[in-house]
Write a protein that binds this ligand. Sequence first.
Ligand code: GLU
Length: 435
Amino acid sequence: MTDVRVRFAPSPTGALHIGGAHTALFNWLWAKKHGGRFVLRIEDTDRERSTQAYEDTIYAGLRWLGLDWDEGPDCGGPYGPYRQSERLELYMECAEDLVSRGLAYRDGAAIIFKIPQGETISFEDAVYGAISVKSETLKDQVLMKSDGTPTYNYAVVIDDHHMAINWVIRGEDHIANTPKQILFYKAFGWELPRFAHLPMILGKDKKKLSKRHGATSVHEYKDMGYLPEAVFNFLALLGWSPGGDKEIFTREEATRLFEISRVVKRAAIFDMDKLNYVNQEHIKMMDPKSLVDAVLPFWKKLGLPVEQFDRSYLEQAVSLLEGRGRTLVEIAEFTDYFFDFNSVAKRYDGKESADKAESLRPFFRALLAIEPWEAPQMENFARQWCDEKGMKLKDVAMPLRLVLTGRKVSPGIFEVAQLLGRDEVKKRLSHYNLI
Ligand code: GLU
């Protein structure tokens, strides 16, 4: 069997969006599964709207998702060039060949393909099944515009053939283009690739995914604290599933399990709750060291002085969350009180404990004298104290939680106290006049 050669062919007229990343990912999976090649081609014939900056964000987005490409800009390779703007001569040569064989004609400086009459164009889409179109329904197709640039449908065929692409995997919005492209292949006498069109991605309201539904660019998800592994996993689930109830998987597992025949035609719904769930599951799979690496930029964005703490402190802080937090942003926020008191003071004004201060002070004073300064000792002591005074543990634990974290929900408060250290706990209690 010939090696699988697939391509992702974005136009650099915008950042890498969810739909593009989804297409790239399915191509990548198919290539990796077969030990084939994943080619990146930049479709930049729209010179006005294409920019280097967009091209760079596409590279960055693909790399962030782990979708490395085997050929294309930025990595060399036996074929190429990989930008359509650098291939104009080839498009012109091939179009002139069709003119010389009477299959296309000139109209001024433009070259136009003559649609043959009475033909039925059929193909078997690997996802959508058998599709046929009568050639009468198609109009003659411009190949080369009068400005010397090719049209999309034409250039894509020239490129896919010359780059030996044998699987064309792309969004279902291109199904209607495929019969035209097939006519071009036939006119040149070139072998057809296999086609697989991927289902559309819709928002929860069943409308085409757009800005109205939230972030649409891959880099926005990075900034919102989603892990690349999780976005990868989530995108793979849009229109495909490995079967059974398996929903959480690594790139390697996805590569092994991926089957194009399991891609469904039904439009896929982009569901943020699902993304949050998948992200949280991937966060839970990380060891504290990698989690700290991932959370660091988000702590810094919050202006927290994390560099003043050693790695082990940071790792203990994230470990205490025990899987709470759906995004890296939430993890950074949920642990902010470990790094400075400002975040606590901003959230909690001390009112809730003010009228209970009289009864709390003796407890907190005694707590501060505990040896060793460890959570189990603190908790035993607190339980005993509450038993004796006819109080409940939460009567002391909640005020302590508010003072140390400024939150009503936190990890075990004695674990928090242990990590913060005796001096810091004392400072916070004294700020609220509780010792
Ligand atoms: N540049 C086209 C697009 O972004 C490529 C479509 C194709 O894969 O043929 O939609």
